[in-house]
Write a protein that binds this ligand. Structure first.
Ligand code: SF4
Length: 377
């Protein structure tokens, strides 16, 4: 459905709407660290962090990241493991890897400055239409409207748009409507104002229409259907994934981690993790087979099952059965690393790996001090 009712707002009224929203934003905007700068690098970083991450959770990561890498050049020359270490816990690690790849391209191709051309920005790894428009409008005041979930919701309610907003045709008409409504004299503030309204007032479940600076133009409010829009789309079905993971432990308290290769998805991507295998029923024997095929000749003691760990990543519901396995000597293989189980926090590890380590340490803390683990003879 075209956004007829939205576009039907007469030009003079649209100007009034723009003024009212911008005035509201100037008075009510949240004081966020990335709003105190016009540095395109910092704005870009914040936009990448805020994808899939709440504002409150992103702030400490943003502060640590910008303290360590105050400019694109510092990020470009850093070791990838250091970048991932600072990202650890935020999830979706491909974001961090793309961020650094893009930083290196910016240094190599654009003299260390985030490009001003939309097409050049779009060509950077991890930068899509939304991010390119956000950075260029906020940092460089380019007249490009953003469309993300928050803005789409506000527009859908303003125009009483029904149906799945993410359907390609409808999304394109939303992009056109967003661009049409853009306050061209202040595109950066306008985009942030639309996102702020969606995040704080025009919220998904119960919009606070009485506090809304643009309520008089809102069709959904007039029709009494604000909370019912946007109409929900079909959710992707959750897939259950069952893994068995090995927490090998040598007499010095060291465990073995290995690094997931590129292209193995975002579950652990490029982070250090415990050896693990997807299993069906017999987790212990499948894990044992997996370890023996991966580490030929490995001698390990009994597999002691630990508490099951649960973890959710997008549509995947992951159940992990960790096993503690005492070994005399950790196997050595390219791409593996022996680290103290108690010292894992210093490495770039995913939340999933962290949960397994915490479970193993909790189990060990219940054992009497000199309890012998069942090691191979
Ligand atoms: Fe959203 Fe209500 Fe404002 Fe309409 S009036 S834009 S539904 S907060």
């Amino acid at each position: 459905m075209p956004l007829v009712s939205l576009l039907a707002i007469p030009p003079a009224e649209r100007n009034k709407l723009r003024r009212d929203l911008l005035a509201w934003f100037a008075a009510r905007k949240r004081n966020l660290p990335w709003r105190r700068t016009k540095d395109p690098y910092r704005i870009w970083l914040s936009e990448i962090m805020l994808q899939q991450t709440r504002v409150a959770a992103a702030i400490p990561y943003y502060m640590r990241f910008t303290a360590k890498f105050p400019a694109v050049k510092a990020l470009a020359r850093a070791r990838t493991q250091t970048v991932l270490g600072l990202w650890a816990g935020l999830g979706y690690y491909s974001r961090a890897k793309n961020l650094q790849r893009a930083a290196r391209e910016i240094v190599a191709l654009h003299g260390g400055e985030f490009p001003r051309e939309y097409e050049q920005a779009l060509a950077l790894p991890g930068v899509g239409r939304y991010t390119a428009a956000a950075v260029l409008s906020i940092a460089y005041e380019q007249p490009l409207a953003v469309l993300d979930g928050n803005v789409a919701r506000v527009l859908a309610r303003l125009g009483a748009v029904r149906g799945d907003l993410r359907a390609p045709v409808r999304w394109r008409s939303m992009e056109a409507a967003a661009q049409d409504l853009l306050a061209r004299q202040a595109p950066g503030d306008w985009n942030q104002a639309m996102m702020e309204l969606g995040a704080t007032v025009c919220t998904p479940k119960s919009p606070s229409c009485q506090e809304c600076p643009i309520s008089r133009w809102c069709q959904a409010r007039k029709l009494g259907i604000a909370a019912a829009l946007p109409e929900t789309r079909k959710k992707r079905e959750t897939v259950k994934v069952t893994l068995a993971a090995a927490v090998l432990l040598d007499p010095r308290g060291q465990t073995l981690l290995l690094r997931q290769a590129d292209g193995d998805g975002d579950l652990f991507s490029h982070m250090w993790q415990f050896p693990a295998v997807e299993t069906s029923e017999a987790a212990a024997s499948e894990l044992s087979r997996h370890l023996h095929s991966k580490f030929a000749g490995m001698a390990g003691g009994v597999l002691q099952p630990l508490k099951t760990v649960r973890h959710a990543v997008t549509f995947r519901n992951i159940h992990i059965q960790p096993f503690l396995i005492a070994v005399e000597k950790l196997p050595r293989l390219t791409g593996t690393r022996a680290v103290l189980l108690r010292g894992l926090g210093k490495l770039p590890i995913s939340n999933l790996t962290r949960k397994i380590a915490v479970t193993a340490l909790a189990h060990l803390s219940t054992l009497p001090e000199n309890a012998a683990l069942d090691r191979p003879v």
